[in-house]
Design a protein around this ligand. Structure first.
Ligand code: HEC
Ligand code: HEC
Ligand code: HEC
Ligand code: HEC
Ligand code: HEC
Length: 391
Protein backbone atom coordinates (compact mmCIF):
# COMPACT_ATOMS: atom_id res chain seq x y z
CA UNK A 1 0.00 0.00 0.00
CA UNK A 2 2.61 2.47 1.10
CA UNK A 3 4.53 2.41 -2.11
CA UNK A 4 1.48 3.21 -4.20
CA UNK A 5 1.75 6.98 -4.01
CA UNK A 6 5.39 6.80 -4.95
CA UNK A 7 4.44 4.79 -7.99
CA UNK A 8 1.92 7.13 -9.44
CA UNK A 9 4.35 9.94 -8.93
CA UNK A 10 7.06 8.04 -10.66
CA UNK A 11 5.12 7.74 -13.86
CA UNK A 12 4.94 11.45 -14.37
CA UNK A 13 8.69 11.69 -13.97
CA UNK A 14 9.18 9.02 -16.57
CA UNK A 15 7.39 11.22 -19.04
CA UNK A 16 10.02 13.83 -18.72
CA UNK A 17 12.59 13.36 -21.41
CA UNK A 18 10.95 15.61 -23.91
CA UNK A 19 10.30 14.23 -27.32
CA UNK A 20 12.32 15.76 -30.13
CA UNK A 21 10.16 17.55 -32.65
CA UNK A 22 9.51 15.37 -35.62
CA UNK A 23 7.72 15.86 -38.90
CA UNK A 24 7.92 18.64 -41.44
CA UNK A 25 10.71 19.22 -43.87
CA UNK A 26 10.27 22.73 -45.30
CA UNK A 27 12.48 25.50 -43.98
CA UNK A 28 9.66 27.37 -42.19
CA UNK A 29 8.49 24.13 -40.67
CA UNK A 30 12.02 23.45 -39.40
CA UNK A 31 12.25 26.96 -37.96
CA UNK A 32 8.94 26.46 -36.18
CA UNK A 33 10.08 23.16 -34.71
CA UNK A 34 13.36 24.74 -33.59
CA UNK A 35 11.46 27.57 -31.94
CA UNK A 36 9.26 25.08 -30.08
CA UNK A 37 12.22 23.03 -28.94
CA UNK A 38 13.92 26.14 -27.57
CA UNK A 39 10.75 27.54 -26.05
CA UNK A 40 9.91 24.35 -24.17
CA UNK A 41 13.42 23.11 -23.33
CA UNK A 42 13.04 21.92 -19.74
CA UNK A 43 13.70 23.15 -17.19
CA UNK A 44 12.92 26.70 -18.35
CA UNK A 45 15.84 29.04 -17.48
CA UNK A 46 15.43 31.89 -14.99
CA UNK A 47 14.31 35.16 -16.64
CA UNK A 48 17.34 37.01 -15.25
CA UNK A 49 17.36 40.78 -14.58
CA UNK A 50 14.62 42.75 -16.44
CA UNK A 51 15.79 44.89 -19.41
CA UNK A 52 16.67 48.51 -18.77
CA UNK A 53 13.55 50.67 -18.95
CA UNK A 54 11.10 47.96 -17.84
CA UNK A 55 8.70 49.39 -15.24
CA UNK A 56 7.45 47.42 -12.24
CA UNK A 57 4.40 46.18 -14.17
CA UNK A 58 6.40 44.83 -17.09
CA UNK A 59 8.94 43.17 -14.83
CA UNK A 60 6.40 41.13 -12.89
CA UNK A 61 5.48 37.52 -13.69
CA UNK A 62 2.32 37.68 -11.56
CA UNK A 63 -0.74 36.95 -13.73
CA UNK A 64 -2.76 39.73 -12.11
CA UNK A 65 -0.04 42.20 -13.22
CA UNK A 66 -0.28 41.01 -16.85
CA UNK A 67 -4.04 41.26 -16.36
CA UNK A 68 -3.92 45.02 -15.75
CA UNK A 69 -3.26 45.36 -19.48
CA UNK A 70 -4.75 42.01 -20.60
CA UNK A 71 -7.93 41.70 -18.49
CA UNK A 72 -9.85 39.33 -20.81
CA UNK A 73 -7.13 36.66 -20.76
CA UNK A 74 -6.71 37.02 -16.99
CA UNK A 75 -10.45 36.57 -16.35
CA UNK A 76 -10.57 33.37 -18.44
CA UNK A 77 -7.28 31.94 -17.19
CA UNK A 78 -8.25 32.40 -13.52
CA UNK A 79 -11.17 29.99 -13.90
CA UNK A 80 -9.19 27.50 -15.99
CA UNK A 81 -7.67 24.20 -14.97
CA UNK A 82 -4.25 25.53 -15.98
CA UNK A 83 -4.54 28.07 -13.14
CA UNK A 84 -5.44 25.22 -10.77
CA UNK A 85 -2.57 22.93 -11.78
CA UNK A 86 -0.99 23.34 -8.33
CA UNK A 87 -4.27 22.65 -6.57
CA UNK A 88 -4.54 20.73 -3.30
CA UNK A 89 -4.10 17.29 -4.93
CA UNK A 90 -0.84 18.12 -6.66
CA UNK A 91 0.43 20.28 -3.79
CA UNK A 92 -0.38 17.53 -1.28
CA UNK A 93 1.52 14.93 -3.29
CA UNK A 94 4.41 17.34 -3.73
CA UNK A 95 4.71 18.06 -0.03
CA UNK A 96 4.96 14.33 0.55
CA UNK A 97 7.52 13.92 -2.25
CA UNK A 98 9.71 16.80 -1.14
CA UNK A 99 10.38 14.78 2.01
CA UNK A 100 10.71 11.33 0.48
CA UNK A 101 12.17 11.95 -2.99
CA UNK A 102 13.10 15.58 -3.71
CA UNK A 103 14.54 14.79 -7.14
CA UNK A 104 11.24 13.27 -8.20
CA UNK A 105 9.35 16.24 -6.78
CA UNK A 106 11.31 18.61 -9.02
CA UNK A 107 10.09 16.78 -12.13
CA UNK A 108 6.47 17.67 -11.40
CA UNK A 109 7.15 21.38 -11.78
CA UNK A 110 8.03 20.97 -15.47
CA UNK A 111 4.36 20.67 -16.35
CA UNK A 112 2.50 21.92 -13.27
CA UNK A 113 4.44 25.14 -12.44
CA UNK A 114 7.07 25.38 -15.18
CA UNK A 115 8.83 28.73 -14.67
CA UNK A 116 12.20 28.69 -12.87
CA UNK A 117 10.84 31.39 -10.54
CA UNK A 118 8.23 28.85 -9.35
CA UNK A 119 10.74 26.15 -8.34
CA UNK A 120 12.15 26.20 -4.83
CA UNK A 121 15.91 26.59 -4.88
CA UNK A 122 16.28 28.42 -8.21
CA UNK A 123 17.43 32.06 -8.66
CA UNK A 124 14.55 34.52 -8.43
CA UNK A 125 12.30 31.93 -6.70
CA UNK A 126 9.02 33.59 -5.76
CA UNK A 127 6.90 31.33 -3.53
CA UNK A 128 3.78 33.40 -4.22
CA UNK A 129 4.00 32.39 -7.89
CA UNK A 130 4.24 28.63 -7.33
CA UNK A 131 0.66 28.08 -6.21
CA UNK A 132 -0.61 29.88 -9.31
CA UNK A 133 0.29 26.95 -11.56
CA UNK A 134 0.65 27.44 -15.30
CA UNK A 135 0.93 31.23 -15.23
CA UNK A 136 0.87 33.51 -18.31
CA UNK A 137 4.65 33.63 -18.42
CA UNK A 138 4.90 29.81 -18.72
CA UNK A 139 3.67 30.10 -22.30
CA UNK A 140 4.47 33.73 -23.14
CA UNK A 141 7.69 34.95 -21.44
CA UNK A 142 11.34 33.85 -21.86
CA UNK A 143 14.21 36.08 -20.63
CA UNK A 144 11.56 38.81 -20.21
CA UNK A 145 10.77 38.73 -23.92
CA UNK A 146 7.05 38.33 -24.73
CA UNK A 147 6.09 35.73 -27.32
CA UNK A 148 2.64 35.41 -28.82
CA UNK A 149 0.57 34.39 -31.84
CA UNK A 150 0.40 36.34 -35.10
CA UNK A 151 -2.21 39.08 -35.37
CA UNK A 152 -5.59 37.62 -36.18
CA UNK A 153 -5.10 38.47 -39.88
CA UNK A 154 -2.00 36.25 -39.85
CA UNK A 155 0.58 39.06 -40.02
CA UNK A 156 3.52 39.30 -37.65
CA UNK A 157 4.61 42.94 -37.59
CA UNK A 158 3.60 45.97 -35.51
CA UNK A 159 3.38 49.48 -36.96
CA UNK A 160 4.69 51.00 -33.72
CA UNK A 161 8.45 50.51 -33.12
CA UNK A 162 8.80 47.74 -30.53
CA UNK A 163 10.90 49.84 -28.16
CA UNK A 164 7.94 52.20 -27.73
CA UNK A 165 5.51 49.42 -26.77
CA UNK A 166 5.03 48.00 -23.28
CA UNK A 167 7.42 45.09 -22.62
CA UNK A 168 9.20 46.06 -25.87
CA UNK A 169 6.35 44.58 -27.89
CA UNK A 170 5.90 40.96 -28.81
CA UNK A 171 7.71 38.36 -30.85
CA UNK A 172 4.91 36.82 -32.87
CA UNK A 173 5.11 33.29 -34.22
CA UNK A 174 2.63 30.84 -35.75
CA UNK A 175 4.06 28.24 -33.34
CA UNK A 176 1.35 29.42 -30.91
CA UNK A 177 -1.32 28.14 -33.29
CA UNK A 178 0.06 24.62 -33.49
CA UNK A 179 -0.86 21.48 -31.54
CA UNK A 180 2.89 21.01 -31.02
CA UNK A 181 2.75 24.04 -28.72
CA UNK A 182 0.77 21.92 -26.23
CA UNK A 183 2.63 18.70 -26.83
CA UNK A 184 5.43 18.74 -24.26
CA UNK A 185 2.94 18.76 -21.39
CA UNK A 186 0.21 16.65 -22.99
CA UNK A 187 2.24 13.82 -24.50
CA UNK A 188 4.74 11.42 -22.99
CA UNK A 189 7.73 10.67 -25.25
CA UNK A 190 7.81 7.28 -26.97
CA UNK A 191 10.09 5.99 -24.21
CA UNK A 192 7.69 7.19 -21.47
CA UNK A 193 5.62 5.09 -19.12
CA UNK A 194 3.28 2.73 -20.94
CA UNK A 195 0.72 0.13 -19.94
CA UNK A 196 -0.47 -2.61 -22.25
CA UNK A 197 1.72 -1.12 -24.98
CA UNK A 198 0.06 2.29 -24.78
CA UNK A 199 1.63 5.41 -23.24
CA UNK A 200 -0.10 6.60 -20.13
CA UNK A 201 -0.46 10.05 -21.66
CA UNK A 202 -0.81 10.07 -25.43
CA UNK A 203 -3.12 12.97 -26.31
CA UNK A 204 -0.99 14.55 -29.02
CA UNK A 205 -0.45 11.25 -30.86
CA UNK A 206 -4.16 10.42 -30.62
CA UNK A 207 -4.90 13.79 -32.18
CA UNK A 208 -2.21 13.32 -34.82
CA UNK A 209 -3.64 9.96 -35.90
CA UNK A 210 -7.20 11.26 -36.08
CA UNK A 211 -9.41 13.28 -38.44
CA UNK A 212 -8.80 16.59 -36.62
CA UNK A 213 -5.11 16.59 -37.57
CA UNK A 214 -5.91 15.65 -41.16
CA UNK A 215 -8.21 18.64 -41.48
CA UNK A 216 -5.82 20.98 -39.64
CA UNK A 217 -7.98 21.43 -36.56
CA UNK A 218 -5.43 22.10 -33.80
CA UNK A 219 -5.94 21.72 -30.04
CA UNK A 220 -6.45 25.50 -29.87
CA UNK A 221 -9.45 25.41 -32.24
CA UNK A 222 -11.42 23.33 -29.72
CA UNK A 223 -9.80 24.36 -26.43
CA UNK A 224 -9.10 28.06 -27.13
CA UNK A 225 -11.92 29.05 -29.53
CA UNK A 226 -11.72 32.74 -30.45
CA UNK A 227 -8.38 32.71 -28.54
CA UNK A 228 -10.23 32.36 -25.23
CA UNK A 229 -8.02 31.18 -22.34
CA UNK A 230 -10.49 28.74 -20.76
CA UNK A 231 -9.14 25.34 -21.87
CA UNK A 232 -12.47 23.67 -21.14
CA UNK A 233 -12.34 19.87 -21.28
CA UNK A 234 -13.77 16.86 -19.50
CA UNK A 235 -14.63 18.94 -16.40
CA UNK A 236 -17.02 21.10 -18.40
CA UNK A 237 -20.55 19.73 -18.97
CA UNK A 238 -21.23 21.80 -22.10
CA UNK A 239 -17.94 20.79 -23.66
CA UNK A 240 -18.68 17.08 -23.11
CA UNK A 241 -22.32 17.40 -24.20
CA UNK A 242 -21.13 19.00 -27.40
CA UNK A 243 -18.76 16.11 -28.06
CA UNK A 244 -21.10 13.15 -27.46
CA UNK A 245 -23.93 12.16 -29.76
CA UNK A 246 -26.41 9.87 -28.01
CA UNK A 247 -29.23 7.93 -29.65
CA UNK A 248 -31.85 5.59 -28.20
CA UNK A 249 -33.58 2.77 -30.08
CA UNK A 250 -36.29 0.49 -28.80
CA UNK A 251 -37.20 -2.87 -30.23
CA UNK A 252 -39.11 -5.98 -29.11
CA UNK A 253 -36.37 -7.35 -26.91
CA UNK A 254 -34.88 -4.25 -25.32
CA UNK A 255 -33.51 -0.75 -25.62
CA UNK A 256 -30.20 0.24 -27.19
CA UNK A 257 -28.30 3.41 -26.35
CA UNK A 258 -25.48 4.41 -28.67
CA UNK A 259 -22.88 6.97 -27.58
CA UNK A 260 -20.58 8.37 -30.27
CA UNK A 261 -17.52 10.63 -29.96
CA UNK A 262 -18.39 13.25 -32.56
CA UNK A 263 -16.55 16.19 -31.00
CA UNK A 264 -13.29 15.28 -29.27
CA UNK A 265 -10.16 15.29 -31.42
CA UNK A 266 -8.64 12.38 -29.48
CA UNK A 267 -9.84 9.43 -27.43
CA UNK A 268 -12.81 10.33 -25.25
CA UNK A 269 -11.64 10.60 -22.56
CA UNK A 270 -7.94 10.91 -23.40
CA UNK A 271 -6.53 10.34 -19.90
CA UNK A 272 -6.83 7.50 -17.37
CA UNK A 273 -8.44 9.61 -14.65
CA UNK A 274 -11.96 10.32 -16.01
CA UNK A 275 -14.68 7.84 -16.79
CA UNK A 276 -18.12 8.01 -18.39
CA UNK A 277 -20.77 5.72 -16.94
CA UNK A 278 -23.71 4.67 -19.14
CA UNK A 279 -26.54 3.13 -17.13
CA UNK A 280 -30.12 1.89 -17.31
CA UNK A 281 -32.46 1.18 -14.42
CA UNK A 282 -36.15 0.37 -14.09
CA UNK A 283 -38.47 2.68 -12.19
CA UNK A 284 -41.75 1.47 -10.71
CA UNK A 285 -45.05 3.37 -10.86
CA UNK A 286 -43.94 5.52 -7.89
CA UNK A 287 -40.69 6.41 -9.60
CA UNK A 288 -38.50 4.28 -7.31
CA UNK A 289 -35.64 2.27 -8.71
CA UNK A 290 -36.51 -1.43 -8.91
CA UNK A 291 -33.94 -3.28 -6.81
CA UNK A 292 -31.44 -5.23 -8.87
CA UNK A 293 -32.51 -3.64 -12.16
CA UNK A 294 -29.48 -1.40 -12.68
CA UNK A 295 -27.04 -2.25 -15.48
CA UNK A 296 -24.08 -0.09 -16.39
CA UNK A 297 -21.09 0.03 -18.62
CA UNK A 298 -18.04 2.25 -18.46
CA UNK A 299 -16.29 4.27 -21.15
CA UNK A 300 -12.72 4.91 -20.07
CA UNK A 301 -9.26 3.50 -19.61
CA UNK A 302 -9.10 1.85 -16.21
CA UNK A 303 -5.74 1.21 -14.57
CA UNK A 304 -4.91 -0.16 -11.14
CA UNK A 305 -4.06 2.38 -8.45
CA UNK A 306 -0.43 1.31 -8.47
CA UNK A 307 -0.39 1.87 -12.25
CA UNK A 308 0.97 -1.63 -12.76
CA UNK A 309 -1.83 -2.88 -15.00
CA UNK A 310 -4.46 -1.72 -17.42
CA UNK A 311 -7.80 -3.28 -16.50
CA UNK A 312 -9.69 -2.33 -19.65
CA UNK A 313 -9.77 0.35 -22.34
CA UNK A 314 -13.19 1.21 -23.72
CA UNK A 315 -12.46 4.84 -24.68
CA UNK A 316 -14.01 6.19 -27.85
CA UNK A 317 -11.64 7.23 -30.63
CA UNK A 318 -12.85 10.12 -32.81
CA UNK A 319 -15.97 8.82 -34.59
CA UNK A 320 -16.07 5.71 -32.39
CA UNK A 321 -19.23 4.44 -30.65
CA UNK A 322 -20.16 2.48 -27.56
CA UNK A 323 -23.36 0.45 -27.68
CA UNK A 324 -25.23 -0.15 -24.43
CA UNK A 325 -28.01 -2.70 -24.55
CA UNK A 326 -30.71 -3.02 -21.92
CA UNK A 327 -32.46 -6.31 -22.73
CA UNK A 328 -35.77 -7.40 -21.26
CA UNK A 329 -35.07 -10.41 -19.17
CA UNK A 330 -38.73 -11.44 -19.14
CA UNK A 331 -41.38 -11.63 -21.81
CA UNK A 332 -43.57 -9.77 -21.88
CA UNK A 333 -41.38 -6.79 -20.97
CA UNK A 334 -41.74 -5.55 -17.38
CA UNK A 335 -44.10 -2.63 -16.84
CA UNK A 336 -42.73 0.72 -15.77
CA UNK A 337 -40.10 3.03 -17.05
CA UNK A 338 -36.49 2.50 -18.07
CA UNK A 339 -34.26 5.44 -17.12
CA UNK A 340 -31.10 5.81 -19.17
CA UNK A 341 -28.24 8.04 -18.10
CA UNK A 342 -24.79 9.10 -19.19
CA UNK A 343 -22.78 10.43 -16.24
CA UNK A 344 -19.25 11.90 -16.40
CA UNK A 345 -16.85 11.45 -13.49
CA UNK A 346 -13.85 13.58 -14.52
CA UNK A 347 -11.74 12.68 -11.48
CA UNK A 348 -12.79 9.07 -10.95
CA UNK A 349 -9.28 7.63 -10.59
CA UNK A 350 -8.28 10.26 -8.06
CA UNK A 351 -11.32 9.62 -5.88
CA UNK A 352 -10.06 6.06 -5.37
CA UNK A 353 -6.45 7.14 -5.24
CA UNK A 354 -6.90 9.83 -2.60
CA UNK A 355 -9.10 7.51 -0.50
CA UNK A 356 -6.31 4.93 -0.50
CA UNK A 357 -3.69 7.55 0.28
CA UNK A 358 -5.67 8.75 3.30
CA UNK A 359 -6.20 5.18 4.52
CA UNK A 360 -2.47 4.52 4.30
CA UNK A 361 -1.60 7.50 6.51
CA UNK A 362 -1.27 10.28 3.96
CA UNK A 363 1.62 12.08 5.68
CA UNK A 364 1.96 15.83 6.01
CA UNK A 365 0.01 16.67 2.85
CA UNK A 366 -3.07 15.21 4.55
CA UNK A 367 -5.28 18.28 4.57
CA UNK A 368 -4.66 19.06 0.92
CA UNK A 369 -5.41 15.48 0.00
CA UNK A 370 -8.67 15.47 1.94
CA UNK A 371 -9.70 18.65 0.08
CA UNK A 372 -8.75 17.11 -3.24
CA UNK A 373 -10.81 14.01 -2.43
CA UNK A 374 -13.89 16.13 -1.73
CA UNK A 375 -13.36 18.11 -4.93
CA UNK A 376 -13.00 14.93 -7.00
CA UNK A 377 -16.30 13.64 -5.62
CA UNK A 378 -18.10 16.89 -6.37
CA UNK A 379 -16.97 17.08 -9.98
CA UNK A 380 -19.30 14.49 -11.60
CA UNK A 381 -22.28 15.53 -13.72
CA UNK A 382 -25.01 14.07 -15.96
CA UNK A 383 -24.77 14.80 -19.68
CA UNK A 384 -27.76 12.75 -20.85
CA UNK A 385 -30.93 11.41 -19.26
CA UNK A 386 -33.88 9.83 -21.01
CA UNK A 387 -36.82 7.74 -19.84
CA UNK A 388 -38.47 5.10 -22.01
CA UNK A 389 -41.91 3.84 -21.05
CA UNK A 390 -42.06 0.08 -21.33
CA UNK A 391 -45.86 -0.11 -20.98
C1 HEC B 1 1.65 47.95 -19.13
C2 HEC B 1 0.73 47.13 -19.87
C3 HEC B 1 1.14 45.69 -20.15
C4 HEC B 1 1.54 44.73 -19.26
C5 HEC B 1 1.77 44.87 -17.75
C6 HEC B 1 1.68 43.52 -20.00
N1 HEC B 1 1.37 43.75 -21.32
FE1 HEC B 1 1.38 42.40 -22.81
N2 HEC B 1 0.88 43.83 -24.19
C7 HEC B 1 0.66 45.14 -23.89
C8 HEC B 1 0.39 45.87 -25.13
C9 HEC B 1 0.07 47.34 -25.27
C10 HEC B 1 0.47 44.91 -26.20
C11 HEC B 1 0.31 45.15 -27.71
C12 HEC B 1 1.69 45.18 -28.36
C13 HEC B 1 1.64 45.37 -29.88
O1 HEC B 1 0.92 46.23 -30.35
O2 HEC B 1 2.35 44.63 -30.56
C14 HEC B 1 0.76 43.65 -25.54
C15 HEC B 1 0.88 42.45 -26.24
C16 HEC B 1 1.01 41.22 -25.62
C17 HEC B 1 0.88 39.95 -26.30
C18 HEC B 1 0.52 39.76 -27.75
C19 HEC B 1 -0.97 40.09 -27.85
C20 HEC B 1 -1.67 40.03 -29.16
O3 HEC B 1 -2.62 40.80 -29.31
O4 HEC B 1 -1.34 39.21 -30.03
C21 HEC B 1 1.10 38.98 -25.38
C22 HEC B 1 1.05 37.49 -25.60
C23 HEC B 1 1.37 39.65 -24.12
N3 HEC B 1 1.31 41.00 -24.29
C24 HEC B 1 1.65 38.98 -22.93
C25 HEC B 1 1.85 39.60 -21.71
C26 HEC B 1 2.15 38.88 -20.49
C27 HEC B 1 2.27 37.38 -20.37
C28 HEC B 1 2.31 39.81 -19.50
C29 HEC B 1 2.70 39.57 -18.06
C30 HEC B 1 3.87 38.73 -17.81
C31 HEC B 1 2.06 41.10 -20.12
N4 HEC B 1 1.82 40.95 -21.46
C32 HEC B 1 2.07 42.31 -19.45
C33 HEC B 1 0.67 45.71 -22.64
C34 HEC B 1 1.05 45.08 -21.46
C1 HEC C 1 3.38 23.82 -19.13
C2 HEC C 1 2.58 22.64 -19.37
C3 HEC C 1 1.30 22.76 -20.15
C4 HEC C 1 1.11 23.35 -21.38
C5 HEC C 1 2.12 24.08 -22.24
C6 HEC C 1 -0.27 23.11 -21.74
N1 HEC C 1 -0.89 22.41 -20.74
FE1 HEC C 1 -2.84 21.87 -20.68
N2 HEC C 1 -2.60 21.10 -18.80
C7 HEC C 1 -1.40 20.99 -18.14
C8 HEC C 1 -1.60 20.36 -16.85
C9 HEC C 1 -0.52 20.05 -15.81
C10 HEC C 1 -2.98 20.10 -16.74
C11 HEC C 1 -3.70 19.44 -15.58
C12 HEC C 1 -3.83 20.39 -14.46
C13 HEC C 1 -4.53 19.75 -13.26
O1 HEC C 1 -5.58 19.13 -13.45
O2 HEC C 1 -4.01 19.88 -12.15
C14 HEC C 1 -3.58 20.57 -18.01
C15 HEC C 1 -4.91 20.48 -18.32
C16 HEC C 1 -5.46 20.79 -19.57
C17 HEC C 1 -6.83 20.53 -19.96
C18 HEC C 1 -7.78 19.81 -19.07
C19 HEC C 1 -9.18 20.17 -18.93
C20 HEC C 1 -9.94 19.19 -18.10
O3 HEC C 1 -11.16 19.30 -18.14
O4 HEC C 1 -9.37 18.32 -17.41
C21 HEC C 1 -6.98 20.94 -21.27
C22 HEC C 1 -8.22 20.87 -22.13
C23 HEC C 1 -5.69 21.45 -21.70
N3 HEC C 1 -4.80 21.36 -20.64
C24 HEC C 1 -5.42 21.92 -22.97
C25 HEC C 1 -4.20 22.48 -23.36
C26 HEC C 1 -3.95 23.05 -24.66
C27 HEC C 1 -4.95 23.12 -25.79
C28 HEC C 1 -2.67 23.50 -24.64
C29 HEC C 1 -1.90 24.20 -25.73
C30 HEC C 1 -2.43 25.50 -26.19
C31 HEC C 1 -2.10 23.22 -23.33
N4 HEC C 1 -3.07 22.59 -22.59
C32 HEC C 1 -0.82 23.53 -22.93
C33 HEC C 1 -0.17 21.42 -18.60
C34 HEC C 1 0.02 22.15 -19.76
C1 HEC D 1 4.71 15.71 -18.87
C2 HEC D 1 3.93 16.65 -18.08
C3 HEC D 1 3.56 16.27 -16.65
C4 HEC D 1 4.43 15.97 -15.61
C5 HEC D 1 5.94 15.88 -15.64
C6 HEC D 1 3.58 15.76 -14.44
N1 HEC D 1 2.26 15.94 -14.76
FE1 HEC D 1 0.67 15.73 -13.49
N2 HEC D 1 -0.60 16.09 -15.06
C7 HEC D 1 -0.21 16.43 -16.35
C8 HEC D 1 -1.41 16.62 -17.17
C9 HEC D 1 -1.43 17.03 -18.63
C10 HEC D 1 -2.51 16.35 -16.33
C11 HEC D 1 -3.97 16.36 -16.73
C12 HEC D 1 -4.24 15.04 -17.39
C13 HEC D 1 -5.16 15.12 -18.54
O1 HEC D 1 -6.29 15.58 -18.31
O2 HEC D 1 -4.77 14.70 -19.65
C14 HEC D 1 -1.97 16.02 -15.01
C15 HEC D 1 -2.74 15.71 -13.88
C16 HEC D 1 -2.24 15.52 -12.60
C17 HEC D 1 -3.05 15.33 -11.41
C18 HEC D 1 -4.57 15.29 -11.36
C19 HEC D 1 -5.18 16.63 -11.38
C20 HEC D 1 -5.28 17.37 -10.08
O3 HEC D 1 -5.14 18.62 -10.12
O4 HEC D 1 -5.53 16.76 -9.03
C21 HEC D 1 -2.19 15.16 -10.34
C22 HEC D 1 -2.56 14.94 -8.88
C23 HEC D 1 -0.84 15.24 -10.87
N3 HEC D 1 -0.92 15.46 -12.26
C24 HEC D 1 0.30 15.13 -10.11
C25 HEC D 1 1.60 15.15 -10.63
C26 HEC D 1 2.79 14.94 -9.83
C27 HEC D 1 2.81 14.73 -8.33
C28 HEC D 1 3.85 15.00 -10.70
C29 HEC D 1 5.32 14.77 -10.41
C30 HEC D 1 5.70 13.48 -9.88
C31 HEC D 1 3.30 15.25 -12.04
N4 HEC D 1 1.94 15.33 -11.94
C32 HEC D 1 4.08 15.41 -13.17
C33 HEC D 1 1.08 16.57 -16.82
C34 HEC D 1 2.21 16.27 -16.10
C1 HEC E 1 -0.89 27.16 -21.68
C2 HEC E 1 -0.31 28.27 -22.40
C3 HEC E 1 -0.86 29.68 -22.19
C4 HEC E 1 -1.06 30.33 -21.00
C5 HEC E 1 -0.86 29.81 -19.60
C6 HEC E 1 -1.52 31.66 -21.34
N1 HEC E 1 -1.59 31.79 -22.70
FE1 HEC E 1 -2.03 33.47 -23.73
N2 HEC E 1 -2.04 32.42 -25.48
C7 HEC E 1 -1.65 31.10 -25.60
C8 HEC E 1 -1.85 30.67 -26.96
C9 HEC E 1 -1.57 29.26 -27.50
C10 HEC E 1 -2.38 31.78 -27.67
C11 HEC E 1 -2.80 31.82 -29.14
C12 HEC E 1 -4.15 31.12 -29.25
C13 HEC E 1 -4.72 31.06 -30.65
O1 HEC E 1 -4.39 31.91 -31.45
O2 HEC E 1 -5.53 30.17 -30.92
C14 HEC E 1 -2.45 32.89 -26.70
C15 HEC E 1 -2.85 34.19 -27.00
C16 HEC E 1 -2.74 35.26 -26.10
C17 HEC E 1 -2.99 36.65 -26.43
C18 HEC E 1 -3.42 37.18 -27.79
C19 HEC E 1 -4.94 37.24 -27.77
C20 HEC E 1 -5.58 37.75 -29.04
O3 HEC E 1 -6.79 37.99 -28.96
O4 HEC E 1 -4.92 37.88 -30.06
C21 HEC E 1 -2.78 37.37 -25.29
C22 HEC E 1 -2.90 38.88 -25.11
C23 HEC E 1 -2.43 36.44 -24.24
N3 HEC E 1 -2.42 35.18 -24.77
C24 HEC E 1 -2.17 36.79 -22.93
C25 HEC E 1 -2.12 35.89 -21.87
C26 HEC E 1 -2.20 36.24 -20.47
C27 HEC E 1 -2.30 37.64 -19.94
C28 HEC E 1 -2.16 35.07 -19.77
C29 HEC E 1 -2.31 34.87 -18.27
C30 HEC E 1 -3.47 35.48 -17.63
C31 HEC E 1 -2.00 33.99 -20.73
N4 HEC E 1 -2.01 34.53 -21.99
C32 HEC E 1 -1.84 32.65 -20.42
C33 HEC E 1 -1.16 30.29 -24.60
C34 HEC E 1 -1.21 30.59 -23.25
C1 HEC F 1 -12.12 18.54 -32.35
C2 HEC F 1 -12.00 19.17 -31.03
C3 HEC F 1 -10.81 18.84 -30.16
C4 HEC F 1 -9.46 18.83 -30.51
C5 HEC F 1 -8.84 19.10 -31.87
C6 HEC F 1 -8.74 18.53 -29.29
N1 HEC F 1 -9.61 18.34 -28.25
FE1 HEC F 1 -9.12 17.93 -26.30
N2 HEC F 1 -11.09 17.71 -25.86
C7 HEC F 1 -12.15 17.98 -26.70
C8 HEC F 1 -13.38 17.70 -26.01
C9 HEC F 1 -14.77 17.84 -26.60
C10 HEC F 1 -13.05 17.25 -24.72
C11 HEC F 1 -14.01 16.78 -23.61
C12 HEC F 1 -14.30 15.30 -23.79
C13 HEC F 1 -13.09 14.44 -23.51
O1 HEC F 1 -12.59 14.49 -22.38
O2 HEC F 1 -12.61 13.75 -24.44
C14 HEC F 1 -11.59 17.28 -24.65
C15 HEC F 1 -10.84 16.94 -23.52
C16 HEC F 1 -9.48 17.16 -23.38
C17 HEC F 1 -8.73 16.97 -22.16
C18 HEC F 1 -9.33 16.57 -20.83
C19 HEC F 1 -8.86 15.25 -20.25
C20 HEC F 1 -9.45 13.97 -20.79
O3 HEC F 1 -9.11 12.92 -20.22
O4 HEC F 1 -10.22 13.93 -21.76
C21 HEC F 1 -7.41 17.30 -22.43
C22 HEC F 1 -6.24 17.26 -21.47
C23 HEC F 1 -7.36 17.67 -23.83
N3 HEC F 1 -8.62 17.57 -24.38
C24 HEC F 1 -6.20 18.07 -24.49
C25 HEC F 1 -6.11 18.25 -25.87
C26 HEC F 1 -4.88 18.49 -26.59
C27 HEC F 1 -3.52 18.62 -25.94
C28 HEC F 1 -5.19 18.55 -27.92
C29 HEC F 1 -4.27 18.68 -29.11
C30 HEC F 1 -3.20 17.71 -29.20
C31 HEC F 1 -6.64 18.41 -28.03
N4 HEC F 1 -7.15 18.23 -26.76
C32 HEC F 1 -7.36 18.45 -29.21
C33 HEC F 1 -12.06 18.43 -28.00
C34 HEC F 1 -10.89 18.52 -28.73
Amino acid sequence: MRDRPARILLLAGLGLTLAGAGGGCTRTERALQQFLERHWRAPIAPQGPPPVGFGPLESSLQPDRCGICHPAQLADWKESIHAASMGPGVAGQLEELHRTDPAQARTCYVCHAPLAEQRPGTPGYDPTLTGKGIVCGSCHVRKWQRFGPPWRDGTLRSSTPRARLPHNGVTRTPAFLRSEFCKDCHQFPASGYALNGKLLQNTYEEWKAGPAATSNVACQACHMPDRRHQWRGIHDPDMVRGALTVSVNRDDTGVTLTVTNTGAGHQLPTYVTPRVVVSGELLDAEGHVVAGSRRESVIGRAVTLDLERELFDTRLPPGGSAVFRYAHERTPAPAGTLRLRVVVEPDHFYTDFFETLLQSGGGSGLRGIREALEASRRSSFTVFEHSVSLD
